[in-house]
Design a protein around this ligand. Structure first.
Ligand SMILES: *Cc1c(COP(=O)(O)O)cnc(C)c1O
Length: 481
C-alpha cells in the first residue's frame, strides 16, 4: 500500500487497520488447508486472535516507532503465521543436545547425563503404578525416601537420609527446621552466590534463620565462632565455597573443630557441600577434597549436596546425617512442599547402586568417567572424530587436533584445569560465530565453544555414540552454506 506524502500518519494507520482480517476469515483459510489436524478448534481460534492482535499492535506501534509504512494484512497472511505457530506446538522444546563445550557439569545443559539403568528404572517405575509410598511387607503406607535411604546410608556411613527437590531446597529446609528464629553462625568467607541467583544470605533470610556472620572474607578464626555462640544460636553452618577460591592470606576453621564446638555447646552443625562426591578424586590427579564419607566421619549433624553435580544422578537435594536431627527435618511442613518425585527417586536409586563399588562408579557414572578419563582416551576419540569429519570432504572446511583444557563446571573444582583434546574447525566461507550459531539450530543441536577464532569440539564431553550427530550436523551445515 503506497501512501501519498500528504497523508497524515493517522490516516495511514487507519487504512492499515482496515486491512486486519476477521478471526472467521482466518479460520476459513485454515479450514481449507486442513490446518486443524491434531489441534483442537479452541487452540486454533486463540492462536488466530493472538496473531491478529500482534498485527494490530505492529500497525499501531509503527506510529510510535515513526516508521513510514507498515505492510497491509490479510487473512492469508495471518493464516500462514497461525499455521507456523501451530506446527511449532508439535515440536519438542526440551531436547537432547551434544555438549561439545568440555564443561562436564554444565548447569544450562542439564548437568549430569543419566546412566542407562536410571533411564530404565524411570520407565519401569512410571509406566504403571509403583510402591512409592506403600510398604509392601506391611501392606501399609510407606515413606518415599526409604527407597534410597538404605543404600545412601550404606555408602556414606550416615544414620539417616532425606531427599528433596534440589540442594537449594535441602539448605532451605534444613535451615528452617533447625534454626528458624534463631541465629545461624556462618563465616563471611562462605557467604557465597552460586549461579541462578542462589545466595546463601538470601536463602537464610527466607528460611527464617537469622544470619550471624563471623570473621572476615579471607580469615575466620576459631574464636570468632566461639564468641558468636550464645543462647540464641540455633546452628553452626559451614558452606563449601564451590565456585571460587580465596587465595593468599587465608584461614578457615576445619569442620572437625566446628563439630567439637557444636558438641561442647550442644548446637547442631551443618555442612552444605554443594557438589558432594563419594569418590576420592585426588587419586585421579585432582586437588584433595574430602569425600561425603569423610565429611560424615567428623560427626557433623547434617550434610547437604546435589544429586546432579559430581554424584552424576538426577536433580535432587540429598540430606544425610544424625537420625535425631533428620527426624526434626522430616516433621517440617516445608518437607512436603519440597518433596522429590517418583521419577527422580527411581533414577537416584539406580545411580546410587553404582557407588556400592567405588572403583566401578568412576567408569559407570558418566560425569565421573568424563572427569577422570586419561587424556589418551580423549585423544583417541578426537582422532576418530577428526577422521570422520575429514572423510566427509566438506567444502571449505578443515579440521585439526588441538590440546586444550576442560572444566568440571557446576560449581565443582573451580580452579582445576583438566587437560583435554579438541577438534578445531577452520573455514573460509563460514565465520566461527556463524558456525557456532548454525550448530545450535540443528535438530540435535551441538553446543560448542569458540577458541582463538575457531569453533572447537571438546571430546571430553562427547561420546562415540554422539559422533553420528556431529557427522550429520556438519554435513548439513556445509551443504547449506
Ligand atoms: C550447587 C550448590 C547449591 C545448590 O544446589 P542445587 O542442586 O543446584 O539446588 C547449594 N550450595 C552449594 C554450596 C552449591 O555448590
Amino acid at each position: 500500500m503506497i501512501f501519498e506524502e500528504s497523508d497524515t500518519m493517522d490516516d495511514k494507520i487507519r487504512e492499515l487497520l482496515k486491512t486486519l482480517p476477521k478471526i472467521d476469515e482466518v479460520l476459513l483459510v485454515l479450514e481449507k488447508d486442513d490446518a486443524f489436524e491434531g489441534v483442537s478448534r479452541d487452540i486454533v481460534v486463540e492462536k488466530c486472535r493472538q496473531i491478529v492482535g500482534e498485527m494490530r499492535k505492529d500497525i499501531l506501534g509503527s506510529k510510535k516507532r515513526g516508521e513510514k509504512v507498515s505492510v497491509p494484512c490479510s487473512a492469508v497472511k495471518a493464516a500462514r503465521e497461525v499455521r507456523k505457530r501451530l506446527l511449532a506446538l508439535h515440536d519438542y522444546s526440551l531436547r537432547r543436545v551434544v555438549n561439545a563445550t568440555g564443561i562436564i557439569l554444565h548447569t544450562n545443559l542439564g548437568r549430569a547425563p543419566l546412566c542407562g539403568e536410571a533411564l530404565k528404572r524411570i520407565i519401569d517405575v512410571s509406566e504403571g503404578y509403583s510402591n512409592l509410598e506403600f510398604n509392601l511387607d506391611k501392606g501399609k503406607r510407606g515413606i518415599r525416601y526409604d527407597h534410597v535411604k538404605e543404600i545412601l546410608c550404606c555408602v556414606s556411613g550416615a544414620e539417616d537420609a532425606i531427599i528433596v527437590n534440589n540442594n537449594a531446597a535441602a539448605v532451605l529446609l534444613a535451615l528452617n527446621a533447625l534454626s528458624e528464629g534463631k541465629e545461624a553462625i556462618v563465616s563471611r568467607g562462605e557467604l557465597i552466590e552460586i549461579g541462578g541467583a542462589f545466595r546463601i544470605p538470601e536463602v537464610m533470610e527466607k528460611s527464617g534463620a537469622i544470619l550471624r556472620e563471623v570473621g572476615t572474607t579471607n580469615r575466620t578464626h576459631f574464636s570468632d565462632y566461639e564468641n558468636a555462640v550464645c543462647g540464641d544460636t540455633g546452628l553452626i553452618l559451614k558452606v563449601h565455597t564451590s565456585n571460587f577460591k580465596v587465595l593468599g592470606f587465608t584461614d578457615e576453621i576445619g569442620l572437625d573443630e566446628l563439630v567439637e564446638l557444636g558438641k561442647k555447646k550442644n548446637i547442631p552443625v551443618m555442612n552444605d557441600l554443594g557438589s558432594g562426591c563419594f569418590v576420592p578424586l585426588d587419586k585421579y590427579g585432582f586437588e584433595r577434597e574430602p569425600t561425603v564419607q569423610e565429611v560424615l566421619k567428623t560427626g557433623v549433624d547434617v550434610v547437604t549436596f546435589s544429586g546432579d553435580k559430581l554424584l552424576g544422578g538426577p536433580q535432587a537435594g540429598i540430606i544425610l546425617g544424625k537420625k535425631r536431627i533428620l527426624d526434626k527435618i522430616k516433621e517440617n511442613p516445608l518437607n512436603r512442599a519440597l518433596r522429590i518425585d517418583k521419577l527422580t527417586l527411581a533414577a537416584l536409586e539406580a545411580t546410587m547402586m553404582h557407588y556400592l563399588d567405588l572403583d566401578r562408579a568412576v567408569d559407570d557414572v558418566r560425569v565421573l568417567r568424563s572427569l577422570t578419563e586419561p587424556v589418551a582416551g580423549v585423544k583417541k576419540r578426537a582422532d576418530e572424530l577428526l577422521s570422520i569429519l575429514e572423510g566427509l570432504s566438506l567444502k571449505d572446511m578443515t579440521f585439526s587436533i588441538v590440546e586444550e583444557y576442560s572444566m568440571a563446571g557446576g560449581g565443582s573444582l573451580p580452579t582445576q584445569k583438566i587437560p583435554t583434546v579438541v577438534v578445531a574447525v577452520s573455514s573460509h566461507s563460514i565465520s566461527p560465530n556463524r558456525l557456532e550459531r548454525e550448530l545450535r539450530k540443528l535438530e540435535v543441536p551441538i553446543i560448542a565453544r569458540i577458541c582463538e577464532d575457531k569453533v572447537i569440539f571438546d571430546l571430553r564431553t562427547i561420546t562415540e555414540e554422539e559422533f553420528v550427530f556431529m557427522k550429520d550436523g556438519m554435513e548439513l551445515i556445509a551443504g547449506v552454506s
